[in-house]
Ligand binder design. Sequence first.
Ligand code: NDP
Ligand code: AOF
Length: 382
Amino acid sequence: MAHPYVLLSAAVSLDGFLDDAGPERLLLSGPEDFDRVDEVRAGSDAILVGAGTLRTDNPRLLVGSAERRAARTAAGLPEYPLKATVSASGDLDPGARFWHTGGAKIVYTTDRGAQRLHGLLPADVEVAALGPEVEWRAVLAHLGDAKGVRRLMVEGGGRVHTQLLQQGLADELQLVVAPLFVGDTDAPRMFGPGAYPPGRMRLVETRPVGDVVLMRYVPTAPGTGRQACAADRRWMETACELAVQCPPSRTAFSVGAVIVAADGTELARAHSREGGDPVVHAEEAALAKLDPADPRLATATVYSSLEPCARRASRPAPCARLILDAGVRRVVTAWREPDTFVTAADGSGVLAAEGADVVVLPEYEQRAKAPNTHLLPPPGHS
Ligand SMILES: NC(=O)C1=CN([C@@H]2O[C@H](COP(=O)(O)OP(=O)(O)OC[C@H]3O[C@@H](n4cnc5c(N)ncnc54)[C@H](OP(=O)(O)O)[C@@H]3O)[C@@H](O)[C@H]2O)C=CC1
Ligand SMILES: Nc1c(N[C@@H]2O[C@H](COP(=O)(O)O)[C@@H](O)[C@H]2O)[nH]c(=O)[nH]c1=O
């Protein structure tokens, strides 16, 4: 199951509104920013908006620039990104511009919504009925697996942005603040009430675009339990980057590890053979940087590019044991340990047997293996 990278895009007023309460769409972005949005659209495989935005704005969601469309075609992509919408009710106007402009379109809806829409929309529009409810994970899995979408731009509205952020499914937030006030409590807000991931997001860019300011944030708070969230994938990228920094070895794996508190604060990071120790493992080195009494460890997540070891000759305790003894109960890894040095190692099993949640992110397996190819059988040999 390959989830696309999910980019939330929106413009808000200085008092935090997405629109005013009037019938016309409020233009918060200026011309330079609409051009930037056009560029982001052109770089996406699909653009999604909620049914509320379809009903209020009647958008077309096209790539306006002929040069950008030509570049897509030259790269072997469809001229326009796929357009997607989500509606539980199926209350969609068949005359809306969304259906009659651009390239392919898909509606994610309930069984009830699909019945209501039966025969109503243009024949080339795909209606995907996802059961009694529309679950976002099912939408993203369908976009990734059935539609080949790697990068999804979500252009609102507020209810869609709120759900994706609260469910830990947004990989990035691109928020533009426009220099005007709406001042009407009936107007829609960018984010509604509810339980958001704890802690602070990480600011990765700020940029003036005409008279608005673009802010790009990425999530930091790890998921909970065995379900992976967007921040888990981001921390795994860090672990894979650390693995590349290991001094080379013919007798040990190159592994990176990061320990992250529940609120997204990075507690420690390390890589194998760090600090001149020829046998130290990444998780072991990272844990050694922390006070064993640190109360944050009980709700922290350990990210390790390779599954924590279950047995080792070089030290008395394997990393799975060290992690459990530190009180950590959530581990995210990209690659199960092969039989290169130890047969049938099962660090995940050791962790799970004592109640830890182990999450494997297979989409990072190749990156985790990359600094270790000299230790692995050539492809095709087991
Ligand atoms: N400034 C900006 O950048 C932007 C502003 N906007 C503004 O936002 C406003 C619209 O936002 P909002 O009213 O929150 O509407 P949304 O666009 O977020 O759409 C909400 C609708 O989407 C469907 N939906 C959402 N989540 C689910 C789910 N999990 N399962 C099934 N259906 C779901 C429902 O449709 P249904 O009711 O059919 O079941 C729901 O009513 C407009 O005023 C628009 O101008 C929008 C985008 C960008
Ligand atoms: N108002 C507003 C946005 N609104 C978004 O743009 C969509 C309409 O796009 P189009 O079909 O190209 O006219 C609309 O439905 C909503 O998703 N976006 C922004 O970046 N800035 C803005 O100020």
